[in-house]
Each structure stands twice: as C-alpha cells, then as structure tokens.
Design a protein around this ligand. Structure first.
Ligand code: NAP
Length: 289
C-alpha cells in the first residue's frame, strides 16, 4: 500500500518510520521540513504540502496537535482533501474533538473519501517500539482495509464503532491516565516528605495493585527530576479541555477530571507547558522553593 503521513512530531516520526520498516511506500510532510530528513534517510519520500503527500495514496495519516491543526492539514488549499482521490482512506491519529471529527468525516465523504479516527496511547516509547494501543472509529470496511497499516504501528488495535468513537474512547483513556498521573505525583510527594527511598517505593508499589503505566514510566522520571517531554503539558492540558467538553456534552459530573483539568491549566499558566506531563510535579516543588 502507498501511504501519506502528515506530522512528524514526537509520535508521528517513529510511527512513520515503522511504516517504512514494514515495507510500505511512505510519502511524508511536516510543517518544519527538517524533521523529514531522518525519514527520507530511512526510505520515505518528502513532499512540500499535505496535498502533495496525499496524491495517489491508498491511505493518508495525520498526527498533528489539536483540532484546528487537523482541520488545516485536511482542508486548507494545499490540504489532504485537495490531493486525495475517491477511495483514499484518511486516518487521523491525533487526539482531537469527537464532534469535529464527525464533521470532518462528513466533509470528506462528499468526495468519497472515508475517514477513520484512530488516536493512540502508549507514549513515545510505544510509538518507537510499534507497541501502541490504537482505538479506531469509522466505517468497518475502511478499518479492515487499513489493518495491516495499524499492525505496523501498534499491538492493541481495537475497532470502537462509528465515526468519533475512537476519539471518545481516547478521551476516556485520558481521564483514566490523568488521574493515574496525579496519583503518581501525589504518592511520590508523600513518600519524599516521609523520607522514604524513592527507588524502593517505586519498586514496591509498581508490582502491586496500585501500579500503573504512569507509576512505572513517569514515576522514575519524577524521582529523577527529568522533565523532558514525551507528552507535553500543553498537549495534556488540551486533552483535558477536550475531556471537559465531552463531559459537558454528556451532562456528567466527574470531579476527578475537573480537578486534573484545572491542575494542568494551572501548570500551563505557571509556564510549565513545554515540559513533559510528569512536570506536573513541579507545581508543588515550586511552591516549596
Ligand atoms: N506524545 C505522546 O505521548 C502522545 C501520545 C498519544 C497521543 N498523542 C497525540 O498525538 C498528537 C501529536 O503529539 P506529539 O507528542 O507528536 O506532538 P508534537 O511532538 O508537538 O508534534 C506535533 C506535530 O504536529 C505538527 N503540527 C502542529 N500544528 C500543525 C499545523 N497547524 N499544520 C501542520 N502541522 C502541524 C507539528 O509540526 P512542526 O514540527 O512544524 O511543529 C508536529 O509535526 C497530539 O494530538 C497528541 O495529543 C501524543
């Protein structure tokens, strides 16, 4: 299959590299062109617009930051919709608004282009190692056609139903993950205040019922003061904004999500947005200084 790939950020670059490695013919586009270089060295072809990267492709992936960014790369004059032909499948792997996803899918359907929403979980390491969880919404037939592509990037590939359901599932993922991260930050603060050895505490809890991906992967970074971004506070705050809108649509009380959402907003307001999401711990460290 010939595929286009738009967005070579922390996630997109290793995901596109895994498609190349699996033997697919991959055309890439990135707004900042330098980021195409390693992909070209690996065997991809670089294009100077999303439109050009979509011409003659069976599937076109997008993984950019937020809802307006997906809209821009799909529908601007030089966007994917201007280059793709009838029968192409557009697969958006960004985390964006479910409502807008459905609207984008309807716009593309007018050109007989199917759209799958296929957001991911598993972080930068999951992307590099081809071990992502991919939650896919949209037409079943398009999902079935694209399965070999998903298998090149992920290990847990789940069809979630109609258009938008991939994004809805991802927002549930973000609600659960954010609370696990807050629990990790808080647990390590308490351990530190109590004078416990953090490495020992991480080992003791990681194997038990309170263990989590956040505890095992971000706990050691928090303990080491390593704030380099795998997933930035900006993007995490964006996801919790989307989750809050989702809860409003459902008219649901969800105090945990409201709390994590306000803490991530506070972290952004404090100037921590470019740090990795484990940098949430700095909210309290900085208060202590
Ligand atoms: N990082 C994670 O652990 C993780 C995990 C799961 C899901 N996600 C989701 O995956 C998406 C990408 O995350 P990331 O961590 O890879 O972000 P990132 O490193 O910040 O990369 C963002 C990418 O989007 C491009 N982009 C942003 N706005 C654009 C626009 N208006 N037009 C064209 N290109 C645009 C950027 O281009 P430039 O290079 O020019 O800036 C870059 O390639 C986000 O929706 C995020 O929520 C991330």
């Amino acid at each position: 299959m010939k595929v286009g790939f738009i967005g070579l950020g922390i996630m997109g670059a290793p995901m596109a590299a895994n498609l190349v490695k699996a033997g697919f013919e991959v055309g890439v586009y990135n707004r900042t062109p330098d980021k195409c270089e390693s992909l070209v060295a690996a065997g991809a072809q670089a294009f100077d617009s999303p439109r050009a990267a979509a011409v003659g492709r069976d599937a076109v992936f997008t993984i950019v930051s937020d809802t307006p960014d997906v809209e821009a790369v799909l529908f601007n004059n030089n966007g994917v919709a201007a280059g793709a032909s009838a029968g192409t499948v557009v697969i958006d792997m960004s985390t964006i608004s479910p409502t807008q996803t459905v609207a984008f899918a309807k716009r593309l359907a007018q050109q007989s282009i199917a759209m799958l929403d296929a957001p991911v979980s598993g972080g930068e390491s999951g992307a590099r190692e081809g071990r992502l969880s991919i939650m896919v919404g949209g037409e079943r037939a398009a999902f079935d056609r694209c399965l070999p592509l998903f298998h090149a990037m992920g290990k847990t590939i789940i069809y979630t139903g109609k258009s938008g359901n991939g994004q809805r599932t991802k927002l549930v993922n973000q609600i659960v993950g954010s609370l696990n991260l807050l629990a990790t930050v808080e647990g390590l603060r308490v351990a530190s205040a109590a004078g416990l050895d953090l490495a020992t505490t991480l080992d003791a809890i990681g194997g038990g019922a309170a263990g989590s991906w956040m505890w095992s992967n971000l706990g050691p970074k928090i303990a080491a003061g390593d704030d380099r971004p795998g997933f930035s506070i900006h993007l995490h705050a964006k996801d919790l904004r989307l989750a809050s809108e989702f809860l409003d649509d459902l008219n649901l009380e969800a105090p945990g999500t409201r709390l994590t959402s306000s803490l991530f907003r506070q972290a952004e307001d404090t100037g921590l947005g470019a740090l990795g999401n484990q940098g949430l711990a700095r909210l309290w460290r900085e208060q202590q200084v």
